[in-house]
Design a protein around this ligand. Structure first.
Ligand SMILES: [Zn+2]
Length: 375
């Protein structure tokens, strides 16, 4: 009996000894990995790996840093001929997804399997999708970083100053403050900006990538004033998006656009014309209609912006900044439009429409638009 146990323990030990050398003999390893950014069209992931058995499967897992509720990991199967040494690459064609903003961080890992069943997963690495066609300089203050390549340091400083003022204004008027770092890319010409996009429209002066906390804009000393206002407008969209983010509901479009215009500091006098004409002709668009995306008709769209500004101005000047802060907070909890308004102001969307239009028709133009430029 004792002998039997001895033999059994010998066998167990022997087996254990057998297993260990087999694992140690595995030679599946990565020789090198690298990435190449071809802005704005593609990211190329390169891998060189070898093993003592043929490598039969290579996958790339990758995810993009963005605001959302679930982290999405994508997986690509790489096409190659099985071999003991493989040099391969996978091209992520960004044309298919409409592109990514400059500076987006992509995290990736390789998974390699050989014919003996060995499997290797590389540790996670990151690549920044930089617009490497230009020599960017950077200026950071608080959570805002400005990237620019055209213009002096004081040009960037002037934009930073105006951006910080607009942030202070937004916080003062609505309680909303920047939560996640924002990147501002200042392109030096319209041609440069358009060439950074996959499907550009000729008239595009700037793009806001809400989920990526990034704004790309064409701004130079020639359109500085316009640029400052546009940055304040777009930055407001980003921050309002950050502070109201929830998986259930967006905020009404009139609130989003109205706050962005309100925070610009000055607005164009042509908006008055549209508003006055609509009051005169009794063609004001209702607050409920303005909760959805605006009409593509230029005149209707301009009136929609003017009205949105007017509604936000009415709410803040009549009921105060704290109520606006409460409203954004209620929307962050995923409330419906009617319930949020009812809770904070005591009226729903139709009620708001009636009260606001009554006040609007009773007001003078000057009182409606105290911040109008060029009027
Ligand atoms: Zn806007």
């Amino acid at each position: 009996m004792f002998k039997k146990i001895l033999i059994l323990s010998f066998l167990v030990c022997f087996c254990l000894l057998c297993v260990v050398p087999v694992q140690a003999q595995s030679e599946l390893k990565v020789l090198s990995t690298s990435t190449e950014v071809s802005f704005p069209y593609a990211v190329i992931f390169k891998l060189s790996a070898q093993s003592n058995a043929k490598i039969t499967e290579i996958r790339l897992q990758y995810s993009v840093e963005q605001t959302g509720f679930a982290s999405v990991v994508n997986e690509a199967y790489v096409q190659f001929s099985p071999s003991t040494k493989v040099d391969t690459q996978w091209n992520w064609d960004l044309v298919k997804i409409g592109g990514l903003p400059p500076g987006t961080v992509i995290e990736y890992q390789w998974i390699i399997v050989d014919a003996s069943g060995d499997r290797l997963k590389t540790s996670s690495a990151k690549v920044s999708f930089d617009d490497n066609r230009f020599s960017w300089r950077t200026l950071t203050e608080g959570k805002v970083t400005i990237y620019w390549y055209n213009g002096t340091q004081s040009f960037a400083q002037e934009i930073m100053q105006s951006t910080q003022s607009s942030l202070a204004r937004l916080s003062e008027n609505t309680g909303a403050s920047i939560k996640k770092p924002v990147r501002l890319y200042l392109y030096g010409s319209q041609t440069d900006l358009l060439s950074s996009m996959i499907f550009p429209q000729d008239w595009t002066g700037g793009v806001t990538f809400t989920r990526y906390n990034c704004i790309a804009i064409n701004i130079s000393s020639f359109n500085l004033e316009w640029g400052k206002g546009a940055i304040a407008h777009e930055l407001t969209h980003l921050i309002i998006g950050q502070v109201t983010l929830n998986p259930y509901n967006d905020i009404p479009v009139w609130l989003n656009e109205g706050l962005a215009m309100y925070n610009q500091g000055t607005i164009d006098s042509s908006f008055i014309t549209y508003l006055n004409l609509a009051i005169e002709r009794n063609t004001l668009i209702s607050a409920s209609s303005l909760a959805s995306p605006f009409s593509t008709d230029t005149n209707k769209a301009l009136l929609s912006y003017a009205e949105s500004y007017s509604i936000v101005d009415f709410l803040i000047s009549t009921y105060g900044k704290d109520k606006m802060s409460d409203l954004l907070d209620t929307f962050r909890q995923g409330s419906t439009y009617n319930r949020a308004l009812q809770k904070v102001y005591g009226f729903d969307m139709d009620g708001l429409n009636t009260i606001w239009q009554t006040a609007l028709k009773a007001s003078t133009t000057a009182a409606l638009f105290p911040n109008v430029r060029g009027f």
